[in-house]
Design a protein. Structure first.
Length: 177
């Protein structure tokens, strides 16, 4: 799966003019679907990439998620537009603000205001999420429990050396290779 993601994100974007969409036949559509992000090493047309809101897509104005949402971060907005437009990746804004109706409405208004209304917002992960971009997440090696980086909150002060024998992630059968 990691190789598939690396291939997907290393491709140069294919420009598509907004005035005229290229014609597609069913064979091209199937090929494009095969190039999408895959969950659990199998074809999954429901797969999506999660992106945090405060501190990732929008500037963090305060530590709590109850106040105003900051201005958009241009580099992240450009990245998301590239994923959606050129690579056909589904992106959802994953934020605890969306855990209440009032918060979800606030996020939707912010997305519309900044011309990102095509993005969904949610407060929950599901089995189709294949990647999460966030300023508070710590990457952990699958099936090992070892962190790749440091905890932003300093929760893992005993930094252990990276293991040299890192197992591959499970394949579609659930067995580690």
């Amino acid at each position: 799966m990691l190789n598939k993601l690396a291939q997907l994100f290393s491709r140069s974007p294919k420009p598509v003019t907004p005035e005229k969409e290229p014609e597609k036949n069913s064979a091209e559509t199937a090929e494009e679907a095969d190039e999408r992000v895959f969950a659990r090493d199998e074809r999954d047309t429901q797969s999506w990439v999660g992106v945090g809101l405060d501190g990732v897509l929008a500037e963090r104005l305060e530590e709590r998620y109850t106040g105003e949402i900051g201005p958009p971060i241009p580099d992240m907005v450009a990245r998301i537009k590239d994923w959606v437009k050129y690579k056909g990746i589904k992106v959802r804004v994953l934020t605890p603000r969306a855990s209440t109706q009032e918060g979800a409405d606030q996020v939707r208004i912010w997305l519309e205001t900044h011309h990102l209304s095509y993005l969904e917002c949610t407060h929950a992960k599901d089995l189709h999420m294949v990647e999460f971009w966030d300023d508070r997440a710590v990457q952990v090696i699958s099936n090992l429990g070892t962190s790749v980086g440091e905890s932003p909150a300093g929760l893992d002060p005993a930094q252990r050396p990276m293991p040299t024998d890192i197992p591959e992630t499970p394949d579609a059968t659930g067995l580690t290779k």
